[in-house]
Design a protein around this ligand. Sequence first.
Ligand SMILES: Nc1nc2c(ncn2[C@@H]2O[C@H](COP(=O)(O)OP(=O)(O)OP(=O)(O)O)[C@@H](O)[C@H]2O)c(=O)[nH]1
Ligand SMILES: *[C@@H]1O[C@H](CO)[C@@H](O)[C@H](O)[C@H]1NC(C)=O
Ligand SMILES: *[C@@H]1O[C@H](CO)[C@@H](O)[C@H](O)[C@H]1NC(C)=O
Ligand SMILES: [Mg+2]
Length: 385
Amino acid sequence: MNTSARYIIVVLAVIISLHYILSFTQEDYGRATSLSNIASKFKPKPVEEKSPVDEYVNAPAFNDTLHVDNRANASFVILARNSDLDGAVRSIRDIEDRFNRRYRYPYVFLNEEPFSDNFKKRISVLTSAKVEFGLIPKEHWFQPDWIDEEKAKASRDKMVKDNIIYGGSVSYRNMCRFNSGFFFKHELLQKYRWYWRIEPDVHFHCDINFDPFLHMEKNNKVYAFTITMYEYEATIPTLWGHVHDFMKLHPEYVHPNNAMGFMSENGGEKFNLCHFWSNFEIADMDFWRGPAYTAFFEYLDKQGGFYYERWGDAPVHSIAAALFTSRDQLQFFNEIGYEHNPYTHCPKGGNRWEEGRCSCDPARSFDYDGYSCMSKWDRFMDLRW
Ligand SMILES: Nc1nc2c(ncn2[C@@H]2O[C@H](COP(=O)(O)OP(=O)(O)OP(=O)(O)O)[C@@H](O)[C@H]2O)c(=O)[nH]1
Ligand SMILES: *[C@@H]1O[C@H](CO)[C@@H](O)[C@H](O)[C@H]1NC(C)=O
Ligand SMILES: *[C@@H]1O[C@H](CO)[C@@H](O)[C@H](O)[C@H]1NC(C)=O
Ligand SMILES: [Mg+2]
């Protein structure tokens, strides 16, 4: 062998041994230079198989931006008993997760009995927002003395016999009357204009990536809902008649562009029982505090129907919002996935459900259930989804 041949062999040996040393010590090097890898560079690329998992991973990234600078004059309101604690904890966890950890709106809890220390402790630990616990004054809660208890009892007994839900309950009636005419008078709520009502054991199924309070304020809205349905007629047999009498007495409060057409098929003669389900509400307390609603509530309260029948705050609020505001001041929040057993509103249209990373099943949304008034609302407002 001549010198140059010997020289080439030595160089080759060095290169080969270097390659093996690197292959064993440096994983990346090994992978990049392995024979099969180098060979694959010359083979035609196989068509990439579509993974069924990739196809569905399309929710947007979490956005943890805090929005605490430009907020509305607003608070959450939760009416609850001490025994509602676990359900209240679940509701607050939901709303914090889906909305309020980024907005930090305050909470006001109300009860006709003092909240226990355990209740306050277990709620306060869930949020960095301000939480206040208020006692309801007796005169805002209990059955007034001028109610004829004999007559009220006869009506309760009849409702129990007729199997009407909460038909025999006085405390349920206290609650409905309080929610209709008093909560917004509570001392702790005087400093706020807007409220968002939350009940124990409800669910918020989607990220709420906007501020519903500011939406209301900017668009001159008064009352917002997520679910609308028919009321049990047996709980409000004389309510609509009193509404009529009130409208005759105070035509000045009835808005020219009202939503009577949503609640009646014959210009107001008969109530079709459609109303907004008030366990979810975002609304303007200054509307409840204003002259029209003040006169309306006082008129209804005097009729005694909160105790002689079982008037709910849902039809009372809904009828007032529909008659004394413009229909354009009513807001349906499609984006807010919401559940109060047994019904759920799940966002519809466009890709709202994906954008909200919703946990509700859109196929089981209550919106077009036979018992829902949503299709009536869509027709009335000329909405298409
Ligand atoms: N402090 C207090 N809160 C009450 C009382 N009764 C009901 N509530 C609250 O009032 C709201 C409505 O009561 P619910 O029992 O949820 O009535 P509902 O929504 O019509 O019926 P379900 O939820 O189906 O039982 C909830 O926030 C309850 O926690 C009461 O006697 N005292
Ligand atoms: C988060 O959302 C806000 C608007 O709500 C937007 O201005 C901001 O750019 C978003 N941030 C990210 C990281 O997507
Ligand atoms: C918030 O609203 C209430 C009720 O309208 C009002 O009394 C209060 O002054 C408002 N606060 C601010 C800071 O605007
Ligand atoms: Mg409830």
